[in-house]
Design a binder for this molecule. Structure first.
Ligand code: ADP
Ligand code: MG
Length: 233
C-alpha cells in the first residue's frame, strides 16, 4: 500500500542451511512500517533482532517469506537492483559508529554520496555540511572522527545515514555504547529527524525509557513477534 515503507510477510531465516548446525532464528515474521513511523524493536539478546534488521536493510535475504520496500517485492530483484534500492532508500546506524576514524566528520558524511556518484563535488560537501548542522555539529565538521566523543560520533553516524535522504533508517542498538545523557541526545536527534523530515525509523533498543517515546514497541522473543506487541498492520 502507498503509505507503507516496509512490509514483511511470513519472513523466516535459517542459518547454516543443509548443515548439521542448521537453525531457524526467525519464524513467520509479519511486520508493517508506515511512512513517518518510529518503531522500537525490543527483546532479549539472541532473539533475532539483528538478523531481522539485516534483512530489513537488504544486507541479507530471508530463507522464505516476502519483503516489500515501498510496495516493491525485493524477492523479484537482482543484486544490482537491490544495491541501488538499499543505497537510495535505507539509512544505517549501528551500535559501533563505524566511522572512518582518520577521516573528518564531514568526509564521513560525504561517503555515501561519493559512493553513489563516484566523484566529489561542491553540492556533496554542501549537503554534508547541512547534515552536520542538522545533527548539531556544524562547528565540528573538520574534526577527525577519532577525536570526537562517543555521542558526537554517533551523531555523525546519524548524519551519514541521512546522506542519501532515505525513506527508512534502521538502527541496531544505536545508543548501546553511550552514557545515559549522550544516549538521550542521540535518540532525541533521531526522533527530531523523524518528526521534521518524515523519515521512518526502526530502532533496536534495550532502554525502556527511550522505547516509550516511540510510536510503537515491537517485541521479538525466540525469533517470533510477541503476540500483542505492536506489529499489527
Ligand atoms: N551468521 C550467523 N550464523 C549462525 N547463527 C547466527 C548468525 N548470526 C546470528 N546467529 C544466531 O541467531 C540468533 C539470533 O541472533 P541475533 O539476530 O544477533 O540476535 P539479537 O540481535 O536479538 O541479539 C542467535 O542464536 C545467534 O547466535
Ligand atoms: Mg543484535
Amino acid at each position: 500500500m502507498a503509505d507503507e515503507v516496509l512490509r514483511l510477510e511470513k519472513v523466516c531465516k535459517m542459518y547454516n542451511v543443509g548443515l548439521p548446525s542448521q537453525t531457524e532464528v526467525l519464524h513467520d515474521i509479519d511486520l508493517v512500517l508506515r511512512h513517518g513511523e518510529f518503531l522500537a524493536l525490543m527483546g532479549p539478546s539472541g532473539s533475532g533482532k539483528s538478523t531481522l534488521l539485516n534483512i530489513v536493510g537488504l544486507l541479507d535475504r530471508p530463507t522464505s517469506g516476502r519483503i516489500l520496500i515501498k510496495g516493491r517485492d525485493v524477492g523479484t530483484m537482482g543484486d544490482a537492483e537491490i544495491t541501488h534500492l538499499r543505497g537510495h532508500t535505507i539509512g544505517f546506524v549501528f551500535q559501533q559508529h563505524l566511522l572512518i576514524s582518520a577521516f573528518t566528520a564531514l568526509e564521513n558524511v560525504m561517503m555515501p554520496m561519493l559512493a553513489d556518484r563516484g566523484f566529489p563535488g561542491p553540492a556533496i560537501a554542501a549537503r554534508a555540511q547541512d547534515l552536520m548542522a542538522r545533527v548539531g555539529l556544524e562547528k565540528f565538521a573538520g574534526n577527525l572522527a577519532m577525536n570526537m566523543s562517543g555521542g558526537q560520533q554517533q551523531r555523525v553516524a546519524v548524519a551519514r545515514a541521512l546522506a542519501m535522504n532515505p525513506d527508512l533508517v534502521r538502527a541496531d542498538e544505536p545508543t548501546g555504547n553511550l552514557d545515559t545523557k549522550s544516549a538521550d541526545g542521540v535518540f532525541e536527534l533521531m526522533r527530531q529527524v523523524n518528526r521534521e523530515g518524515g523519515t521512518s525509523f526502526l530502532v533496536v533498543t534495550h532502554n525502556m525509557d527511550l522505547a516509550r517515546r516511540c510510536d510503537r514497541i515491537i517485541e521479538v522473543v525466540d525469533g517470533r513477534i510477541r503476540p500483542g506487541s505492536g506489529a499489527a498492520a
